[in-house]
Write a protein that binds this ligand. Structure first.
Ligand SMILES: [Zn+2]
Length: 320
């Protein structure tokens, strides 16, 4: 992935042109958004994720699902794990920090891995010491792991000069008994990936709509988890929303009412998702769902009785 060293200015027209030429990087006015992937693999059994899914529905969608979004041999959905880098003249922001290295996890595919994501960030021109802010859209295991790294047997913040912006409602929930119970499935990542940042004095707990810079804000998006946020980038008339896990897979573009079994509050998750999709459809807004495979970013188009998805740089939308 090629990432320019400096933010690139430009109009909405040039933002679209830039996205078409370099699908892994989007120019949003004077802000550059790029993706740095940790992994993409066939990880989730679709029936584990979506209670409404049936074999009939899965097969009805197989023409577009396989093999790009669903591995028919493994019978699993392909998900990307990645963080986004948001660069502007006054900030270098990392949004979500993936699963992380050397972490003890109960899900085997996340356990004691060596993905080398921090090294990949450096290769993309992002020195950890230069990062000004880290945002976790929510505190699931695959969004906070790279917050910390192992140094002499201790977990220390991976970005030593950054302020880490944590949604307060998220922090409160995962500190509670209910949060501890919810982590039994994965292992206690809060202890190794969130608390060391707090102990180092680098955490800022934020609430409601929060302006991080003139161009970058956090907006509450509750439901998947109680204090989840989306990151709203607006510059020179262009706009992008970094959605975290408001959407997990393209099945939720086809069936936007579907929440996941991982959602703390499936009804609130549905309301948040339907609201965001309704506002973004047919508008000049880039959406960046964390787990959509490359190039991840796309736009929502109205189609039949619902929506279709057109990836950045794609000649046509996904559903046919
Ligand atoms: Zn996730």
């Amino acid at each position: 992935m090629t990432v320019p060293e400096a933010p690139v200015g430009g109009s909405r027209a040039s933002a679209t042109a830039g996205a078409a030429a370099v699908p892994d990087a989007l120019v949003i006015g004077r802000v550059l958004i790029s993706r740095v992937e940790e992994s993409t693999f066939a990880v989730l059994d679709p029936f584990e994720v979506y209670p409404e899914l049936t074999q009939v529905l899965l097969e009805a969608n197989m023409s577009w699902l396989a093999p790009r979004f669903f591995d028919p041999v493994a019978q699993r959905l392909n998900l990307a794990f990645q963080g986004f880098v948001v660069r502007s003249a006054d900030a270098l922001i990392v949004v979500d920090t993936c699963v992380g290295d050397c972490k003890a996890r109960r899900r085997v595919s996340f356990d004691q891995q060596r993905w080398g994501w921090l090294e990949r960030l450096k290769a993309a021109g992002v020195e950890p010491t230069a990062v000004t802010h880290v945002v976790c859209t929510h505190f699931h295991v695959d969004h906070v792991g790279g917050n910390t790294r192992l140094e002499n047997g201790r977990w220390v913040p991976s970005f030593p000069n950054a302020r880490y912006l944590f949604p307060r409602a998220e922090f409160d929930y995962w500190s509670s008994e209910a949060g501890a119970r919810a982590m039994e499935r994965t292992g206690d990542y809060f202890a190794d990936s969130v608390l060391p940042v707090v102990r180092a004095g680098q955490a800022d707990l934020v609430e409601g709509d929060h302006a991080l810079t003139a161009q970058v804000g956090l907006r509450p998006a509750p439901g998947h988890t109680p204090g989840g946020v989306v990151v709203d980038v607006q510059s020179d008339g262009a706009r992008a929303l970094l959605l975290g896990d408001v959407l997990h897979t393209l099945l939720q573009i086809r069936y936007p009412a579907w929440s996941t079994r991982f959602c703390t509050d499936p009804d609130a998750s549905r309301r948040t998702r339907l609201d965001i999709l309704r506002r973004a459809a047919d508008r000049d807004v880039w959406l960046l769902p964390n787990h959509f495979p490359a190039p991840s970013a796309g736009r929502l188009e109205r189609w039949r009785d619902g929506y279709n998805w057109r990836f950045a740089g794609a000649a046509r939308p996904v559903f046919v």
